[in-house]
Design a protein around this ligand. Structure first.
Ligand code: SF4
Length: 627
């Protein structure tokens, strides 16, 4: 019997039938999948039919917490949102923090499943065991910040926590995100899945505690974790002070900060214009998620100039995509772009990279002013960059409609050789690390079940030089198959499942991540995970997610990188001369499949699936005649 950490309940809301049900969380699922991404992917695989349109009523949304969410564990503030992604057609999984996830636990639920489709715009209101579906007419068309304020007023409760979509989600942009407070379940178009269900928001208020099963063990684990955090050379001395924008300095020094849609990486150094010192000039105050002593969120205010009044907390990812990737060096415009994306409900990364893609096409004459509503969409033009955001969110006729579904779909409409400038994997636009100078990072983008996703296998060994499990040469390709797998499984098991902030893994806990998760989760739940079993949970989930993608028709050909990285070298900077020739990439991919126990086509072998207890996947693959 589940005795702590978990509440043991799943809330299921069907927007077609208006039926609300509470189900038990099976203990075996809790043990095998732990929580968060594990629950979401398990239920996605079991419940979402093969081949459905991700924007149809048949898709489902899984908002799932981990066993640590809502406890006093430091930085366990996260929740994952899972659905079939309308951007990639693969598993769509995004993590959000802030306060909404803990509130869902306080209301009594480990997971909320939303299915079906409402005929009218609605929001779901959860107040402990009282759950209702209400009209969202007053907030349909309203931006995410105002939606949260209006619903709080309407419900006469300033303490509710709200996850909602903006106009981009309503317009079904496949780059739409879900915003709670100022946090985002940002990537893979999950906001469009909400929009397709006419679901504007989920409002939650909970008044219960999340019990832990073994107070003494939990307390001991927590104090070990806090000690490791305190002793970290990076967490408080650097990260807590500068937040993720500190990575601008790191990637520029490493020569992997993407410039001009990755066509000019290394061309110049953006540290002065977008790095820590510049960011500090606009710093207003720090913010944090639930029970987080780190407070990495860095609120910035533009005090003067044409973007005066813009207020936001752009992460590193907004710096590279609205900055280097578009050739824009104006931090004020990035703060403004970040705020606009949050308000309109757009993923900053996919949006920025899709604009960067369009800029490269404009520079090459593939797009002209006729296509861009007269806008000179050249690299470095900050006004052109910011003007695109609103057009995309509202799918404005012309360039807005063309770019609203991301770079892969836009390229398929434009043709004329534009496909090779879409910097994406499986349809998901690239993160801010040029893989030519960090090859395990690149392999992870190629093989992640969500597409080019830095959060599914962040290679901190290559980015920060942390020698765990051992030191790696970031330019080398040998050994990177094993490393990519190690990073993916560890990250899944120690951050995405217990719902722990991923920054802790990179900055403070890499040496003890699996042990730490075992100790914390065991204390909270009275489970008896070993560190090895924790990692095996991650491996199980990565295999199940792969199986979902195979079922949806993805193949080895989808585990690849944009052609640019195979054929063009980095021209300047500290990664000068680096590329990933196709043969080298093929060897890396083979090594990765072998490390995973997958065949040469990337299909998990029967033996591997048996070892992970995934007999249901074996049945599927037999049906598909893959064995
Ligand atoms: S480190 Fe940052 S993202 Fe992580 S929990 Fe704390 S405030 Fe949230």
């Amino acid at each position: 019997m589940l005795s702590g950490g978990y509440l043991g309940k799943i809330l299921r809301v069907n927007l077609t039938t208006k039926k609300v049900a509470v189900e038990e969380l099976p203990e075996q699922i809790a043990r095998d999948y732990m929580g968060g991404a594990g629950f979401g992917i398990k239920y996605l695989f079991d419940e979402v039919p093969k081949g459905i349109d991700a924007l149809s009523a048949e898709n489902k949304l899984f908002f799932s917490c981990g066993p640590l969410t809502g406890t006093s564990a430091p930085c366990a503030s996260k929740m994952t949102v899972v659905a079939k992604s309308p951007l990639t057609g693969a598993v769509g999984m995004a993590v959000t923090g802030g306060y909404f996830p803990a509130e869902l636990k306080f209301a009594g639920y480990d997971m909320l499943i939303v299915e079906g489709k409402s005929e009218e715009p609605v929001f779901i209101y959860v107040k402990n065991e009282n759950v209702s579906i209400r009209s969202a007419k007053t907030v349909w068309g309203v931006n995410t910040f105002d939606t949260q304020s209006i619903l709080k007023e309407e419900l006469n409760d300033q303490n509710v926590r709200i996850a909602c979509i903006g106009p981009a989600g309503e317009k079904l942009s496949r780059m739409a995100c879900i915003i709670n407070e100022k946090r985002a379940a940002g990537r893979k178009g999950l906001g469009a899945v909400m929009g397709s269900k006419n679901l504007k928001a989920i409002v939650v208020r909970g008044t219960n505690d999340v019990p832990v099963a073994d107070e003494a063990a939990f307390k001991a684990a927590k104090s070990t974790m806090l000690k490791a955090m305190k002793e970290s050379a990076h967490l408080y001395p650097a990260f807590s002070k500068a937040g993720t924008p500190m990575v601008v300095d790191v990637t520029n020094a490493a020569g992997i900060f993407p410039i001009k849609n990755f066509s000019a990486t290394g061309e110049k150094d953006y540290t002065d214009s977008l790095g820590v010192s510049k960011n500090n000039e606009a710093f207003l105050g720090a913010g944090h998620c639930y029970k987080c002593p780190v407070a990495c969120s860095q609120m910035k205010l533009v005090k003067k100039g044409k973007y005066a009044g813009a207020l936001s907390d752009p992460e590193y990812e907004s710096m590279y995509c609205f900055g280097g990737a578009t050739g824009v060096e104006n931090l004020d415009s990035i703060i403004y772009a970040d705020q606009l994306c949050d308000q309109l409900g757009l993923d900053t990364m996919s949006t920025g990279m899709t604009i960067a893609f369009a800029m490269e096409l404009f520079e090459k004459g593939i797009l002209t002013e006729k296509d861009t509503d007269g806008i000179k969409l050249k690299f470095g033009n900050d006004e052109a960059m910011t003007s695109m955001i609103r057009k995309i969110a509202y799918r404005e006729d012309g360039i807005g409609e063309l770019l609203a579904d991301g770079s892969r779909i836009a390229a398929s409409k434009i043709g004329r050789g534009s496909e090779k400038y879409a910097m994406q994997v499986k349809g998901l636009e690239f993160p801010g690390y040029d893989p030519r100078g960090a090859k395990a990072h690149g392999l992870s983008y190629a093989t992640s079940y969500t597409g080019a996703d830095h959060n599914r296998g962040y290679a901190f060994q290559e980015i920060f030089g942390i020698p765990i499990p051992k030191a790696y040469d970031r330019f080398a390709s040998k050994g990177k198959g094993e490393l990519a797998m190690w990073n993916q499984d560890l990250r899944t098991a120690t951050t995405d499942c217990p719902s722990m902030c991923g920054f802790l893994l990179d900055m403070a806990l890499p040496a003890i991540a699996a042990q730490n998760t075992a100790a914390m989760v065991n204390g909270a739940t009275k489970f008896d995970y070993t560190a090895e079993e924790v990692v095996k949970v991650g491996e199980r989930i990565n295999n199940l997610a792969k199986a979902f993608n195979v079922r949806e028709g993805l193949t080895r050909d989808d585990d690849t990188l944009p052609e640019r990285f195979f054929t063009e070298v980095i021209l300047d900077g500290t990664s000068k001369g680096q590329s990933i020739p196709k043969e080298e990439f093929t060897e890396m991919l083979n090594e990765y499949y072998e490390a995973r126990g997958w065949d040469k086509n990337g299909i998990p072998t029967r033996e591997k699936l048996e070892a992970l207890g995934l007999e249901n996947v074996i049945s599927l693959f037999l049906e598909m005649k893959l064995y």
